[in-house]
Design a protein around this ligand. Structure first.
Ligand code: HPA
Length: 404
């Protein structure tokens, strides 16, 4: 990697880019171990310029080499200076889909590590699922957020990753790369932060969430939403798989959370108070912001989506409830039940974010359906409903950004 960087950076310093001012260097490791580098070469017919990757590939082929094992591009960012669609195809003539592709900043920091196969289906963007950034990920996220100014946060629970795929990513960070960030351990929760745009709105999506039942300390669950606030978001949309206590609201429905019953026996604000973040004793009236709910109802109406409202009971898990507990919850006024969302909602309100909660009904709660609930069912149903959730978000986000 160091050798590749040195070669690409040297080539970049020689780039001919008087029209765009955007100098790029690329280095390719050939099968023989030799490294070939190139830079971009512009001309007055600017769109017909030669990319750095193409220059490097020309040198490699002219030297009689035929296999490219590794690719590194050096350019300004963020966003990462990824190979263009043409160069992806050029490289594919000589490199396997598994060939690693790195994109580094001129100062040597690696911004993106992916593979050629992951880049290929797209002309310019990169597929978020394979983007990985290395050390000091939080610094890079802060830097990229300063440039993008995300207005909204989006937290996606079980099986809702398809929504994340709609985001045009600018930077993707693995949760495990951020010190102190609670990393999900459950199937269906990716544990990534995607900074990018959805429906043109700059946002930060937390794909996959951590739960109390995984053993995370309650206070750790405040960290993701506080990060959203720190990075400039004003609004957060929390989406979770939920069980429905109302047979009239079947699996596949989307339900706006209007209020909650916190029966988890835990609260993310327990511990020393930090008044810089929020008050010691926050009120939770209208926690699920009425203005955002009205906005989401309007957006749902515009796209012909039925959107119920209901009270969410939050249980610790990881067991699904007993039928007797569900009967109890019904009497207590719950319409939905889940093992998540509530700690984040509390922490988000506490640090000043406006909160919307969307339950994605994955099952009828215990005792209400012929078969008992299961995680496999939760994931499958959530995945099936993710498109509807994405449709709703795309319809709502532009207005949501305005009210942020
Ligand atoms: N109970 C608790 N959490 C859930 C359920 C449920 O039935 N479905 C999805 N998350």
């Amino acid at each position: 990697m160091e050798e590749l960087f040195a070669a690409a950076a040297t080539a970049r310093a020689r780039a001919w880019a008087p029209y765009s001012g955007f100098a790029v260097g690329a280095a390719l490791r050939a099968e023989s171990g030799r490294i070939f580098a190139g830079c971009n070469v512009e001309n007055a017919a600017y769109p017909l310029s030669q990319c750095a990757e193409a220059s490097a590939l020309g040198a490699l082929v002219a030297a009689g080499e035929r296999r490219v094992l590794e690719i590194l591009v050096v350019g300004e960012g963020p966003p990462p200076c990824v190979p263009c669609g043409g160069c992806r195809q050029r490289l594919a003539e000589f490199a396997a889909p598994e060939a690693p592709v790195g994109v580094a900043l001129p100062d040597g920091r690696l911004l993106l590590r992916t593979t050629l196969g992951a880049l290929l289906p797209f002309p310019f963007r990169f597929r978020s699922e394979t983007a990985v950034v290395g050390e000091s990920a939080l610094d890079r996220l802060r830097e990229a957020a300063r440039a993008l100014s995300p207005v909204a946060g989006l937290v996606l629970g079980s099986g809702l990753g398809a929504v994340a795929e709609r985001i045009e990513p600018v930077l993707v960070v693995e949760a495990r790369e951020i010190a102190g960030f609670p990393v999900p351990s459950v199937a269906g929760h990716r544990g990534r932060l995607i900074l990018g745009r959805l429906a043109g709105v700059p946002l930060l999506c937390l794909e996959g969430r951590a739960h109390l039942y995984e053993g995370h300390p309650p206070a750790a669950l405040a960290r993701p939403v506080r990060l959203l606030r720190e990075l400039g978001c004003h609004v957060v949309v929390l989406a979770s798989a939920v069980g429905s206590l109302r047979p009239a609201v079947p699996p596949g429905s989307l339900v706006l959370v209007s209020d909650h019953l916190n029966l988890q026996g835990a609260n993310p604000l327990v511990g020393p108070a930090d008044e810089r973040i929020g008050p010691r004793f926050p009120a939770l009236d209208d926690l699920y912001d009425p203005g955002l709910r009205a906005l989401l109802h309007r957006a749902a109406g515009e796209i012909g989506l039925e959107l119920a409202e209901g009270v969410l009971a939050a249980m610790l898990g990881p067991c699904f409830e007993t039928p007797a507990e569900i009967r109890m919850l019904r009497r207590l006024g719950a319409d939905l039940v889940s093992m998540s969302m509530v700690p984040e909602a509390i922490a988000a309100r506490h640090c000043g974010l406006r909160v919307a909660g969307i339950g994605v009904v994955t099952n009828l709660a215990a005792g209400l359906a012929a078969a008992p609930p299961s995680h496999a069912e939760t994931l499958a149903r959530a995945a099936a409903a993710a498109d509807e959730l994405a449709r709703l978000l795309v319809a709502a986000l532009p207005e949501l950004a305005r009210c942020a």
